[in-house]
Write a protein that binds this ligand. Sequence first.
Ligand SMILES: N[C@@H](CCC(=O)N[C@@H](CS)C(=O)NCC(=O)O)C(=O)O
Length: 207
Amino acid sequence: MLQLYTDSSPNGFKITIALEELGIPYTLHHIRIEEGEHRQPDFLALNPHGRIPVLKDDSNGVVLFESAAILLYLAEKTGKLLPSDVQQRWEAIKWLQFHASSVGPIIGQRVYFELFDSTPNPVAIGRYQRMTDQVFSVLDQQLAQHPYLAGDDYSIADIAHFGWSHIARIINFDFSHHTHLSAWHDRIAARPAVQKGITLPEPATGA
Ligand SMILES: N[C@@H](CCC(=O)N[C@@H](CS)C(=O)NCC(=O)O)C(=O)O
């Protein structure tokens, strides 16, 4: 059985969406960040960095943190959500890595400076607004040419980016002027597995 430790948040939704898409059984453990459960010794033993999501595979003892690593693991384990053609496969891995290194962290910093910083910092807010728009523009250009990030096939790259675009919509980090990105978002959001995944363990509120 797969054990998923997660909360209602962008990085967590990537994995609930992937598991719902794959239709494989898993046990969901709700780690409540607001209550500090991600800082408890039991959880730190799984991820010393104290972040969700974490996936544990009882069948072989594999324990993974970092959502991109978990998505790759699930794709490899099932042979799904990652194209088999070598060029498209690496296209998907490239866009997955772009998300993990250049999109998720930037939007995460923007969330902090716009929503949570106790002292408003206009320089940081402006910087992360500009950087967010730059990465949205790169995604928009790719999606102007292809229905999905890796080309014709929906893949873990789309799931990774959707985790954060879903939150961006909720908290009004507007990307509607990036029309291809916006249409891609709506296309992904219409998938039944995505609609279920974003409710687990609870729907995000943006609060
Ligand atoms: N790069 C990590 C980021 C994980 C992450 O930052 N998770 C957030 C929730 S979306 C978290 O656990 N935050 C708790 C904290 O920062 O203390 C991944 O992709 O899994």
